[in-house]
Design a protein. Sequence first.
Length: 75
Amino acid sequence: MRTVTGGTARRPLARIRAALHEAWQIARGITGERAYEIYLDHHRRTHPDRPPMGEREFWRWYIDRGDTQPGSRCC
């Protein structure tokens, strides 16, 4: 009988862990939790010469924008 050791036992677990991480990131994106991270990435690429908003300032802007421009949302 052959036992599974090291790398072969870890591959399925690593794939499951990666899939769970990806699902978690998708859920964070849907709820808006990643909005600041996405903003920073966009800002670095498109406005490298200007400093980005701080996190607190960003969330104030984000919430205010959601109130003034609701778009399509359920509630």
